[in-house]
Design a binder for this molecule. Structure first.
Ligand code: 5RP
Length: 234
């Protein structure tokens, strides 16, 4: 997806090698897998950090797990590891959901959707009693930056783009649910106001801004260990 590119700030912070970033993603994922217990109903996110989570959950050998996947890629990877994957509406409320993020700011706001899965990811995060975010240290930012991924209804998409200011949008790609993914490139300094504006725009299915109230715990792996940031949803 277009929005999986690093932001300007993240590019400045890219002194970390790819190997170190992968090590950190894995460390955060392994710590989150420790939270899984027998019989839990578990929401599984999407992306390269979650790719470390899935085998770590499978390796725990918990009994009676019921998983819900946020993308076709996660669903097939989880099934291949022997995890039971069901539809969210079959499982109902989730005990926990675990997912990655593109950006994490100091107040606990997230930008997600670099994998184009933010609509399902937000539904699953909201359905979970605890939503745990896993990330490498390069995902932390002082202030959020564009892009913010959007999912748009295909019907009348040109009209929707016009209403949102086409100069501030890029890239249209299909979403797994029949919509279209685009990146919003306007200012993100006031995320609450922007989230409200995007949510209110006809034709926008959902956006990649996740408010702190959705998040229970953020696990950030860095070069000096694991940082745990408590979220607002307890
Ligand atoms: C997918 C997401 C991902 O969680 C986010 O893009 C982080 O991905 P990665 O773990 O590959 O860095 O929101 O829609």
């Amino acid at each position: 997806m277009a929005s999986s590119r690093p932001t300007a700030r993240q590019q400045q912070q890219q002194h970390l090698s790819d190997a170190e970033i992968s090590r950190q993603k894995r460390a955060a994922a392994l710590a989150a897998a420790e939270l899984i217990e027998d019989g839990m109903r578990v929401g599984l996110g999407t992306g390269s950090t979650v790719a470390y989570l899935l085998p770590a959950i499978a390796a725990r050998g918990c009994e009676g797990l019921r998983c819900v996947a946020t993308s076709p890629a996660t669903e097939s990877a989880a099934r291949a590891l022997g995890l039971t994957v069901e539809a969210l509406d079959e499982v109902g409320e989730l005990d926990i959901a675990i997912d990655g993020a593109d950006q994490i700011d100091e107040r606990g706001w997230l930008i997600k959707g670099g994998g184009g899965a933010h609509t399902r990811e937000k539904i699953v995060a909201a359905a979970a009693r605890r939503f745990v975010v896993i990330a490498s240290a390069n995902k932390t930012v002082l202030e959020l930056e564009p892009p913010v991924p959007l999912e748009l209804v295909a019907f009348g998409v040109q009209r929707t783009l016009t209403s949102l200011d086409p100069a501030r949008l890029r890239g249209i790609e299909p979403s797994p649910d029949g919509g279209l993914i685009a990146d919003y490139l306007g200012p993100v300094g006031a995320p609450k106001e922007l989230a409200a504006r995007l949510s209110a725009a006809p034709g926008v299915v959902d956006h990649g801004l996740f408010e702190p109230e959705l998040v229970s715990l953020i696990l950030i792996a860095g070069d000096s260990g694991l940082e745990r940031r408590a979220g607002a949803k307890q």
